[in-house]
Design a protein around this ligand. Structure first.
Ligand code: FE2
Ligand code: FE2
Length: 302
């Protein structure tokens, strides 16, 4: 895009009823939290009170979250770029909040790591090949392609990896697991509060993904098959990573002398499968997402 042909807000106005404008409004209203205001002092005491085995058991999930939030922050820009080239003003308005949300998510996890004393610990050892395939390769590949190619295929692929797999399947399952373990144990109130905020933000991000994929499918039904194919292509890596976390956790539990945390790893596996199938179901050959009610109804289905 070297030149602009004209400007929407000069010829007319923003489309106030546009689903992405409504989502932008929601983001401004609900996304006001500040990671710097979260009190991690109890988290610090809690972490210090854990046995070394229990401490280690928290690290793989943290390693997954931190890198995941950093990756999605670094990789969202090409989506804004592609939609700007297409003149999708309301989508771009929403994406300005999206990137800010992700920046806060990165900050929140990094502050927590710092607060509990693991800020300088390299956790990349917990990224197995499946994790790397998704976060180190598939995500940036699909997103960066958008700089040169904003075809329906390229946009669907990017939104599938980013919104439906990374956010809608992996991140959502990660938050769920984290809550299951640490809420039950009465630990890490600061981080749990942060994750509640994150979850709200992610809800909007997934709505963006559903909207973006569905509007393309509505224009041409053949793209539905493409979406399903991309989801299935990534699935072995999703479950491969989850199985690795499960194995790691079970081994740690067996080796530990003292271990008070209650972790049901099978529950995590079932949750991931459920999330993956839900994301698939949220796109259909005919769903209406051109009005915000339709989009919200679709996103709320579970
Ligand atoms: Fe995030
Ligand atoms: Fe997100």
């Amino acid at each position: 895009m070297v030149h602009h042909d004209g400007f929407q807000t000069v010829k007319a106005t923003i489309d106030w009823e546009h689903p992405m404008f409504k989502l932008y409004e929601k983001a401004k209203r609900n996304g006001k939290w500040n990671p710097a205001d979260i009190d991690f002092s109890q988290d610090q005491k809690d972490f210090a009170s854990l046995t070394s085995e229990e401490k280690i058991s928290a690290l793989p999930l943290v390693a997954g979250f931190s890198a995941g939030e950093e990756a999605v922050t670094l990789d969202i820009l090409p989506m804004a770029h592609a939609l700007a080239r297409q003149g999708r003003l309301e989508d771009v308005l929403f994406l300005t909040t999206f990137m800010h949300d992700e920046a806060k998510h990165v900050e929140m996890f990094s502050r927590w790591q710092q607060a509990v004393g693991i800020g300088q610990m390299d956790l990349s050892v917990f990224h197995n090949d499946h994790y790397k395939r998704i976060f180190y390769e598939a995500l940036p590949e699909a997103m960066n392609r958008l700089y040169a190619d904003d075809s329906p295929e390229a946009v669907i692929r990017a939104a599938t990896v980013y919104n439906m797999i990374v956010e809608g399947t992996l991140a959502e399952s990660g938050y769920y697991t984290f809550r299951q373990i640490y809420k039950k144990a009465g630990l890490f109130p600061g981080l749990l509060q942060g994750i509640d905020y994150l979850n709200m933000d992610e809800g909007r991000h997934i709505q963006f993904g559903i909207y973006t994929i569905q509007r393309i499918v509505n224009e041409d039904e053949r793209y539905y098959e493409l979406f399903i194919r991309y989801m299935d292509e990534l699935w072995p890596h999703v479950i491969g990573y989850v199985d690795y976390l499960t194995e790691l956790g079970k081994r740690q539990q067996q080796l530990a002398r003292t271990y008070a945390l209650e972790i049901d790893y099978d529950l995590l596996r079932h949750y991931v499968i459920k999330q993956f199938n839900l994301r698939k179901k949220q796109i259909s050959r005919t769903k209406r997402v051109d009005v915000v009610e339709g989009l919200e109804k679709t996103a709320a289905e579970s």
